[in-house]
Design a protein around this ligand. Structure first.
Ligand code: ADP
Length: 528
């Protein structure tokens, strides 16, 4: 595992795949149906491993195990400090296996191993430690009631949590969902994405080593419409936390409504704006725009795919951005020494996760060209094995919806009937940036909010008043000022509008896994 030197330089050697079965009640087991599916290395299309294909029956067994561990097991009943100690041990084990986990994840998701270790796995460890520390700090409040009564609240573990997670940050997603649920004393069933099932199974093994009791964490690998849907509609699952597309988020909520009305927490798509003002440091702003779009190949719900630059610096910004992209590398970090390590790792785009995603992104690029946007850089796939696409920056992008054209137009009432372009409206989930020009702060805010999504936003300016104005006006779950993508386990993360609701990370995330119970007792003199 990890790094090995050979003639060509420092390359990552793919790790051996050890865990390919469902993890139910503390044991790795085959799917009840005996079926399995292939998970592939998107760099080559080669099969990495054959993984058990869980279905409704397996979800049933996993939920039963989680139910039993919750209703009769020790996890919800032990002291918070003891749970915290076990979680810390889990975090330590993840940290000790960071190289292997990062390599495994990179192989499965087409990521850069060094970046995955430094970001994805580090975040997972941090999240487990953060919530380990929270496990013994869960308490209610005492309330003075009307009349001869008093009340207090209990915050009790909610029950069995169901997690359905995506393929772009599988390890981080696993940890940020599981950690607060563990701290709260819940038990759980995790359904990883079918594109990237391996890391969740690896985590399951480490959880067992950490002596998290059997049945507390169960992992059912398999497909969305079968295993995922069975989890979302299960009558014995007490809540669902989902991260993925808005489309599937809607199905999860429907499944909840049709079954037992379990609360859902949804972290969905985005089309996040980054607003760069005239007074920005140009070099810094270009770097920020690039990383805000291209980190993790643009396969990030929070990617700042709409970049608005004020007219005073627009031309300079565009030129510098085009210049910057000349040294950008599209390539395979496993075999290309130019991108295998160091700062270049962050200035390179590895393969997209699979063929479906690759074709989807290419069709958006094609659509953008047809809609009349100009390709500033990129715009093509790489003709080689794998799913590599050049980072693509579009200019001459029209995002104006009808009402805004009317509202903003200085055409004196002439009403140009024009819809915004698809590439400016829909989430592309790939290395594609829409670069646009604006005049005033009011216009930027108006256009930034002209989206069905509300996940992230960024503002680059040295003017505190302008920054504050944007921060307060933009409808998003996270706003970054003069930075982007900075995340941490203590900072709530989650969107609004059609980007979903409910927070992962931060103490707010704990609430999702706790049931608030009000207890009323009589005082002396009460008629009772
Ligand atoms: P993407 O489109 O980026 O692949 P999805 O929202 O389809 O994202 O997938 C995110 C997760 O949701 C995956 O684990 C996937 O298997 C799961 N999923 C997909 N369809 C359903 C469904 N109908 N019910 C439950 N889970 C689903």
């Amino acid at each position: 595992s990890g790094e090995k030197t050979n003639g060509a330089g420092l390359l990552f050697v793919p790790p051996e795949v050890k865990f390919t079965k469902l993890f139910i009640n503390g044991r790795f087991v085959d799917a009840a149906s005996g079926r399995a599916f292939e998970t592939r290395d998107p760099r080559t299309g080669d099969v990495i491993a054959t993984v058990a294909e869980g279905d409704k029956e397996d979800v049933e067994l996993a939920v039963r195990a989680a139910r039993k561990a919750f209703d009769h097991g020790e996890w919800p009943r032990m002291s918070g400090s003891e749970r915290g100690r076990i979680m810390t041990r889990f975090a330590d084990l993840v940290e000790q296996h960071a190289d292997e986990l990062a390599a495994l994840e990179s192989l499965d998701a087409g990521k850069h191993p060094a970046v995955t270790k430094a970001v994805d796995i580090a975040n997972a460890v941090e999240s487990l430690r953060y919530f380990a520390g929270a496990a013994d700090k869960i308490h209610g409040e005492t309330l003075k009631m009307q009349g001869q009564f008093q009340a207090y609240t209990l915050r009790e573990p909610l029950g069995v949590a169901g997690f359905i997670i995506p393929w772009n940050f599988p390890s981080t997603m696993f940890a940020i969902k599981v950690a607060p649920a563990l701290a709260a004393g819940c038990t759980m069933v995790v359904k990883p994405a079918e594109q990237t099932p391996l890391s969740a199974l690896y985590f399951a093994n480490l959880a067992k080593q950490a002596r998290i009791p059997d049945g507390v964490i169960n992992v059912v690998t398999g497909f969305g419409p079968t295993a995922g849907a069975a989890l979302a509609s299960h009558m014995e699952v007490d809540m669902i936390s989902f991260t993925g597309s808005t489309e599937v988020g809607r199905l999860i909520m429907e499944a909840s409504a049709r079954s037992n009305l379990k609360p859902v927490s949804l972290e969905l798509g985005g089309k996040s704006p980054l607003i760069i003002f005239d007074d920005a440091d140009l070099d810094m702003a270009v770097e920020l725009a690039v990383s805000a779009n291209l980190f993790n190949k643009g396969e990030a719900c929070i990617a700042a795919s709409r970049v608005y630059v004020q007219e005073g610096i627009y031309d300079k910004f565009e030129n510098k951005l085009a210049e910057r992209m000349k040294s950008w590398i599209v390539g395979d970090p496993f075999s290309d020494p130019r991108v295998s390590q160091g700062p270049q790792a962050c200035a390179s785009t590895p393969t997209l996760v699979d063929k479906t995603q690759y074709e989807r992104v290419l069709s958006y690029i094609d659509h953008g060209k047809k809609e009349g946007a100009t390709v500033l850089t990129g715009g093509n796939p790489l003709v080689q094995k794998g799913y590599y696409i050049e980072p693509t920056i579009f200019t001459d992008v029209k995002d104006f919806a009808l009402q805004h054209l009317y509202y903003l137009s200085d055409l004196g009432g002439t009403f140009a009937a024009q819809e915004g372009m698809t590439i400016a409206k829909e989430e592309i989930f790939g290395p594609v940036m829409c670069l646009m020009k604006f005049k005033t702060v009011e216009e930027a805010i108006e256009r930034a909010n002209d989206t069905k999504y509300g996940l992230g936003a960024g503002v680059v300016t040295r003017d505190l008043d302008v920054a504050n104005q944007v921060v307060r006006s933009v409808r998003a779950g996270v706003v970054w000022v003069n930075c982007y993508f900075a995340m941490s386990s203590d900072v709530p993360f989650g969107g609004r509008k059609m980007s979903g609701f409910g927070k992962d990370e931060g103490m707010h995330a704990l609430d999702k896994y706790l049931a608030l119970k009000s207890v009323v007792t009589p005082l002396r003199g009460s008629p009772w």
